[in-house]
Design a protein. Structure first.
Length: 64
């Protein structure tokens, strides 16, 4: 059975392989940060930890 770290490792390799040969360390760090941010957002959606724009505005006392 693959552990979560194996999955992350495989995803990181795949991401790096898609980058051009001229990639910099900063480019790699940026791409990984963006990927993690997207995955966290998807996890939040799956867990019901998101709000619609309308609900957020209402909670702030603003109108949509």
């Amino acid at each position: 059975m693959a552990s979560k770290s194996d999955t992350v490792k495989a995803k990181a390799r795949e991401l790096i392989e898609q980058l051009p040969d001229t990639v910099t360390w900063d480019d790699v760090a940026y791409e990984i940060a963006v990927r993690r941010s997207v995955e966290r957002g998807l996890d939040d959606i799956d867990a019901g930890r998101t709000y619609t724009s309308e609900a957020l505005l209402k909670s702030l006392g603003l109108s949509a």
